[in-house]
Ligand binder design. Structure first.
Ligand SMILES: Cc1ncc(COP(=O)(O)O)c(C=O)c1O
Length: 513
């Protein structure tokens, strides 16, 4: 078997092996408690992982007793008998929560039957049928499938030709050096890339700095493993730049990584070089690696430019997470990647750990891997430009309509596919917060936005810009009708021009085109 072909899922045994389960297997695959199968000693970090899993079950070993009832023996030799089923969810699974799902499920929603539903909440750009994958992208997958060459396992980091293709496609991330195929790890979507990075860098008890507002998956991934998330604030009046002083105050000796999401979900902000350099300087001062969620790279509106954070530093290690999902409009294909930028070899055994993580699911979808070289080179620029045109037109339309609405403060995005809209909740006394606002908006107008609370920032709602133009226009008209109906004026201030943090700006300044 060539060395590039993945193993068959071999795992070093934990002390929680079920002796029964090895009965009947060939001698070479049988598991014997306490003595690892005819295999080399696992690297230390693999043992740590195994120990982590076994901690929860207190090293319980299941044994079959002579009376054929099941008894339990702890590693200290004590025996106890089970009287019935005692299956329990693991701590990890029970501590894993998706904030969007929890909040959305808590809403008491009954859309107005007189108005067709407009879901401005769904982040899947293919939902409405107006944005489709390019023909070239689709054909690449057909060829991959028809070749019959991509039905087997690949190297757990991905087929080499696919990694070379990603390295070339991502050359802008390291303009003064070459990205090697070995720097690339193909993953099952950008979510799995993020999971690998967080888990490779942080242990339980450590903390990761993540943006507020921010994509809720970061919390979901970290919290289940008792990795603390510390939120650094993004400032709407500064086009959602990070509050650098507050960010730096969060750092301590247990800070394992700074996560930067640029362009941003939910803000639609795009950081310029100056701001990225400020973030890098903080990481350099405190020796903290960066996880860069760049799934929306290149997704920027006219007048803005995407700068990869890795392109600005040789000193700070950057794990850049990306994928096909958004730019190629194929979220269901589950193709993401990590690009390791570790110019001074500072990641140490974290890099080894990161590569170990690939062994957890034995690699990503190989049909799509086979198509990657064609997808990344043959999808024409005109296709990407067309998608940006739709999003930008929708952003301008929504912004220009909603900035006229009393009680709302839209923040014009510079990229990605979302817009955050400030809701001056004090002017809507009927609603206690953004979640309540959204619930009643659905019930009266059948327009569904996500409350800012889903992204840890109340007082906002997020809309998606991927819907057809007439639909977004209709949604903004209904939103405006809703706000007019419930708005209560408190004083004479022209609140339309006030951003939530009390800053008075001219309309021109609020419009960062
Ligand atoms: C900021 C951000 N990161 C990561 C992801 C996950 O991407 P994927 O679907 O490739 O796992 C999303 C999806 O919406 C996202 O918005």
């Amino acid at each position: 078997m060539p060395s590039s072909v993945a193993n068959e899922g071999f795992k070093f045994p934990t002390r929680r092996q079920i002796s029964d389960s090895s009965a009947g297997l060939p001698a070479s695959r049988q598991l014997s408690i306490g003595s690892p199968i005819n295999s080399p000693q696992p690297p230390a970090d693999v043992v740590d992982e195994a120990q982590l899993q076994s901690e929860q079950s207190e090293n319980i070993i299941l044994q079959k007793s002579s009376s054929s009832s099941t008894t339990l023996a702890t590693s200290s030799g004590q025996k106890c008998r089970r009287n019935g089923w005692q299956v329990k969810g693991s701590k990890l699974s029970l501590n894993t929560h998706n904030r969007i799902r929890n909040i959305v499920e808590s809403l008491k929603i009954k859309p107005n039957p007189a108005k067709p539903m407009i879901p401005l909440s769904i982040g899947d750009p293919t939902t409405f049928g107006n944005l489709k994958a390019a023909d070239e992208t689709m054909k690449a997958v057909l060829h991959s499938l028809e070749s019959g060459k991509y039905n087997g396992y690949a190297h757990t980091q991905g087929h080499e030709a696919s990694r070379i293709a990603v390295a070339k496609y991502s050359a802008h991330q390291r303009p003064d050096g070459e990205i090697e195929p070995n720097d690339i790890i193909l993953c099952s979507g950008c979510s799995s890339a993020l999971e690998y990075c967080i888990l490779a860098l942080a242990d339980r008890g450590q903390n990761v700095l993540i943006p507020r507002p921010g994509f809720c998956l970061y919390n979901t991934l970290a919290e289940g493993l008792d990795i603390e998330v510390r939120h650094y604030d993004l400032l709407p009046e500064q086009q959602w730049r990070a509050d650098l002083v507050q960010l730096e105050s969060l750092i301590d000796e247990n800070t394992a990584a700074l996560l930067i999401n640029n362009p941003s979900n939910p803000c639609g902000s795009v950081y310029d070089e100056k701001h990225l350099r400020q973030l890098i300087a903080i990481c350099e001062r405190h020796y903290i690696p960066i996880i860069a969620d760049e799934i929306y790279e290149h997704f920027v509106f006219p007048g803005s430019r995407h700068v990869a954070v890795s392109s600005l530093t040789r000193e700070v290690p950057v794990l850049s997470c990306g994928g096909l999902t958004k730019r190629f409009l194929v979220p269901g294909w589950r193709m993401g990647w990590i690009i390791v930028h570790d110019r001074q070899q500072r990641l140490g055994d974290a890099l080894h750990g990161l590569k170990n993580m690939c062994g957890r699911i034995l690699g990503s979808n190989t049909i799509i891997q086979g198509a990657l070289p064609d997808i990344l080179t043959k999808t024409p620029q005109s296709y990407f430009d067309g998608v940006i045109d739709v999003l930008y037109a929708n952003a301008k339309l929504a912004y220009n309509m909603l900035k006229q609405v009393r009680g709302l403060n839209p923040v014009m995005p510079n990229g990605a596919m979302y817009m955050m809209i400030g809701v001056l909740i004090q002017h809507f006394p009927k609603f206690k917060d953004d979640v309540h606002f959204v619930q009643e908006l659905v019930n009266e107008q059948s327009v569904f936005c996500l409350p800012g609370s889903c992204f840890e920032l109340s007082g906002y709602v997020r809309i998606v810009l991927t819907v057809p133009g007439p639909m977004i226009e209709e949604a903004c008209t209904r939103l405006s009708e809703f706000c007019e109906r419930h708005y209560k004026k408190e004083d004479d201030t022209n609140d339309r021009r006030i951003i939530e943090h009390g800053l008075l700006l001219d309309d021109d300044e609020v419009t960062p085109y």
